[in-house]
Ligand binder design. Structure first.
Ligand code: S3P
Length: 182
Protein backbone atom coordinates (compact mmCIF):
# COMPACT_ATOMS: atom_id res chain seq x y z
CA UNK A 1 0.00 0.00 0.00
CA UNK A 2 1.68 3.20 -1.10
CA UNK A 3 1.17 6.79 -0.06
CA UNK A 4 0.11 9.79 -2.00
CA UNK A 5 2.65 11.23 -4.35
CA UNK A 6 2.73 14.22 -4.57
CA UNK A 7 2.87 14.45 -0.80
CA UNK A 8 3.18 17.60 1.34
CA UNK A 9 5.63 16.19 3.91
CA UNK A 10 8.53 13.79 4.13
CA UNK A 11 8.17 11.29 6.96
CA UNK A 12 10.77 8.95 8.44
CA UNK A 13 9.62 5.77 10.16
CA UNK A 14 11.63 2.86 11.50
CA UNK A 15 12.96 1.37 14.70
CA UNK A 16 14.93 3.02 17.49
CA UNK A 17 18.50 3.59 16.38
CA UNK A 18 17.74 3.56 12.65
CA UNK A 19 18.91 7.18 12.39
CA UNK A 20 15.56 8.96 11.99
CA UNK A 21 16.64 12.06 13.90
CA UNK A 22 20.26 12.39 12.76
CA UNK A 23 19.52 11.64 9.10
CA UNK A 24 16.27 13.60 9.23
CA UNK A 25 17.97 16.82 10.30
CA UNK A 26 20.36 16.67 7.37
CA UNK A 27 17.68 15.68 4.85
CA UNK A 28 15.45 18.53 6.01
CA UNK A 29 18.25 20.96 5.31
CA UNK A 30 18.87 19.43 1.89
CA UNK A 31 15.22 19.85 0.86
CA UNK A 32 14.66 23.12 2.79
CA UNK A 33 11.98 21.50 4.94
CA UNK A 34 11.19 22.32 8.57
CA UNK A 35 12.63 19.53 10.71
CA UNK A 36 10.22 18.21 13.33
CA UNK A 37 11.01 15.43 15.79
CA UNK A 38 7.69 13.98 16.93
CA UNK A 39 9.10 12.74 20.25
CA UNK A 40 10.36 16.23 21.12
CA UNK A 41 6.95 17.69 20.17
CA UNK A 42 5.22 15.22 22.49
CA UNK A 43 7.59 16.22 25.32
CA UNK A 44 7.04 19.94 24.72
CA UNK A 45 3.27 19.47 24.67
CA UNK A 46 3.30 17.38 27.87
CA UNK A 47 5.93 19.45 29.64
CA UNK A 48 7.57 16.15 30.58
CA UNK A 49 10.11 13.72 29.18
CA UNK A 50 9.05 10.54 27.40
CA UNK A 51 10.47 8.55 30.31
CA UNK A 52 8.26 10.48 32.72
CA UNK A 53 5.19 10.10 30.50
CA UNK A 54 5.73 6.32 30.44
CA UNK A 55 6.17 6.32 34.23
CA UNK A 56 3.05 8.34 34.97
CA UNK A 57 0.67 7.31 32.20
CA UNK A 58 2.07 4.02 30.95
CA UNK A 59 2.73 3.13 27.35
CA UNK A 60 -0.97 3.55 26.52
CA UNK A 61 -0.87 7.15 27.71
CA UNK A 62 2.21 7.82 25.63
CA UNK A 63 0.59 6.28 22.54
CA UNK A 64 -2.47 8.50 22.92
CA UNK A 65 -0.22 11.58 23.06
CA UNK A 66 1.79 10.30 20.10
CA UNK A 67 -1.35 9.79 18.02
CA UNK A 68 -2.65 13.30 18.81
CA UNK A 69 0.71 14.95 18.12
CA UNK A 70 1.17 13.21 14.78
CA UNK A 71 -2.39 14.06 13.72
CA UNK A 72 -1.66 17.73 14.43
CA UNK A 73 1.73 17.71 12.72
CA UNK A 74 0.44 15.94 9.62
CA UNK A 75 -2.10 18.71 9.02
CA UNK A 76 0.89 20.86 8.09
CA UNK A 77 3.13 20.80 5.06
CA UNK A 78 6.71 21.39 4.08
CA UNK A 79 8.00 19.41 7.05
CA UNK A 80 10.37 16.55 7.52
CA UNK A 81 8.83 14.59 10.37
CA UNK A 82 10.95 12.09 12.29
CA UNK A 83 8.53 9.77 14.08
CA UNK A 84 9.08 7.49 17.09
CA UNK A 85 9.62 3.80 16.41
CA UNK A 86 6.09 2.90 17.51
CA UNK A 87 4.23 5.58 15.58
CA UNK A 88 3.03 2.98 13.08
CA UNK A 89 1.19 0.96 15.75
CA UNK A 90 -1.98 3.01 15.36
CA UNK A 91 -4.09 2.27 12.26
CA UNK A 92 -5.44 5.82 12.06
CA UNK A 93 -1.92 7.23 12.20
CA UNK A 94 -0.83 4.86 9.43
CA UNK A 95 -3.61 6.19 7.20
CA UNK A 96 -2.59 9.79 7.97
CA UNK A 97 1.06 9.03 7.30
CA UNK A 98 0.15 7.58 3.92
CA UNK A 99 -2.09 10.43 2.89
CA UNK A 100 -0.04 13.34 4.23
CA UNK A 101 3.49 12.13 3.70
CA UNK A 102 5.98 10.48 1.46
CA UNK A 103 7.12 7.83 3.91
CA UNK A 104 10.66 6.48 4.13
CA UNK A 105 11.27 3.38 6.20
CA UNK A 106 14.80 3.54 7.61
CA UNK A 107 16.06 0.04 8.18
CA UNK A 108 18.84 -1.27 10.40
CA UNK A 109 19.70 -4.69 11.82
CA UNK A 110 19.29 -5.47 15.51
CA UNK A 111 23.09 -5.58 15.80
CA UNK A 112 23.28 -2.12 14.27
CA UNK A 113 20.62 -0.89 16.70
CA UNK A 114 22.47 -2.34 19.68
CA UNK A 115 25.62 -0.47 18.66
CA UNK A 116 23.90 2.85 18.09
CA UNK A 117 21.84 2.60 21.28
CA UNK A 118 24.59 1.24 23.53
CA UNK A 119 24.81 4.45 25.56
CA UNK A 120 21.06 5.07 25.71
CA UNK A 121 19.65 5.25 29.25
CA UNK A 122 16.39 7.06 28.56
CA UNK A 123 14.28 5.07 26.10
CA UNK A 124 11.70 3.37 28.37
CA UNK A 125 11.30 0.26 26.23
CA UNK A 126 15.03 -0.45 26.47
CA UNK A 127 15.24 -0.30 30.26
CA UNK A 128 13.25 -3.50 30.82
CA UNK A 129 15.73 -6.32 30.36
CA UNK A 130 17.48 -8.05 27.49
CA UNK A 131 17.86 -5.37 24.85
CA UNK A 132 18.59 -7.72 22.01
CA UNK A 133 15.48 -9.77 22.73
CA UNK A 134 13.35 -6.63 23.12
CA UNK A 135 14.56 -5.25 19.80
CA UNK A 136 14.01 -8.57 18.02
CA UNK A 137 10.47 -8.82 19.39
CA UNK A 138 9.66 -5.24 18.38
CA UNK A 139 11.09 -5.79 14.90
CA UNK A 140 9.00 -8.94 14.41
CA UNK A 141 5.84 -7.24 15.65
CA UNK A 142 6.31 -4.10 13.55
CA UNK A 143 7.85 -5.26 10.27
CA UNK A 144 4.51 -5.50 8.47
CA UNK A 145 3.40 -2.11 9.83
CA UNK A 146 6.48 -0.33 8.47
CA UNK A 147 5.99 -2.10 5.14
CA UNK A 148 2.35 -1.00 5.13
CA UNK A 149 3.22 2.72 5.16
CA UNK A 150 6.56 2.80 3.32
CA UNK A 151 6.95 4.42 -0.09
CA UNK A 152 10.68 3.82 0.03
CA UNK A 153 12.90 1.56 2.13
CA UNK A 154 16.43 2.73 2.91
CA UNK A 155 19.03 0.66 4.75
CA UNK A 156 21.17 2.78 7.09
CA UNK A 157 23.39 -0.10 8.26
CA UNK A 158 26.98 1.00 8.77
CA UNK A 159 26.41 4.44 7.25
CA UNK A 160 27.33 7.69 8.98
CA UNK A 161 24.38 10.08 9.09
CA UNK A 162 25.88 12.45 6.53
CA UNK A 163 26.49 9.70 3.99
CA UNK A 164 23.07 8.18 4.57
CA UNK A 165 21.38 11.57 4.12
CA UNK A 166 23.28 12.25 0.90
CA UNK A 167 22.39 8.90 -0.66
CA UNK A 168 18.80 8.98 0.52
CA UNK A 169 18.51 12.55 -0.76
CA UNK A 170 19.53 11.38 -4.22
CA UNK A 171 16.92 8.62 -4.19
CA UNK A 172 14.23 11.00 -2.98
CA UNK A 173 15.07 13.53 -5.64
CA UNK A 174 13.83 10.95 -8.14
CA UNK A 175 11.08 9.31 -6.06
CA UNK A 176 9.30 12.07 -4.16
CA UNK A 177 7.08 14.63 -5.85
CA UNK A 178 6.74 17.50 -3.46
CA UNK A 179 3.33 19.09 -3.27
CA UNK A 180 -0.22 19.00 -2.03
CA UNK A 181 -1.87 15.71 -1.15
CA UNK A 182 -4.66 14.47 -3.39
C1 S3P B 1 9.59 4.03 20.84
C2 S3P B 1 10.57 4.73 20.19
C3 S3P B 1 11.08 6.03 20.67
C4 S3P B 1 10.01 6.75 21.52
C5 S3P B 1 9.51 5.86 22.60
C6 S3P B 1 8.90 4.55 22.06
C7 S3P B 1 9.14 2.73 20.28
O1 S3P B 1 11.43 6.85 19.56
O2 S3P B 1 8.95 7.18 20.73
O3 S3P B 1 10.58 5.58 23.46
O4 S3P B 1 8.03 2.27 20.61
O5 S3P B 1 9.88 2.14 19.45
P1 S3P B 1 12.75 6.60 18.64
O6 S3P B 1 12.40 5.59 17.61
O7 S3P B 1 12.99 7.95 18.04
O8 S3P B 1 13.83 6.16 19.55
Amino acid sequence: MTSMNPAPNLVLVGPMGAGKTSIGRRLAEHFALAFVDADREIEAQAGASIATIFECEGEAGFRARERATLARLLEGEGQLIATGGGAVLDAGTRTLLRTRGFVVHLQVSVDGQLQRLSRDRVRPLLQQGDREQILRDLAAARASLYADVADLVFDTEGLAAGDAARRLGEQLQAAWTRGAAA
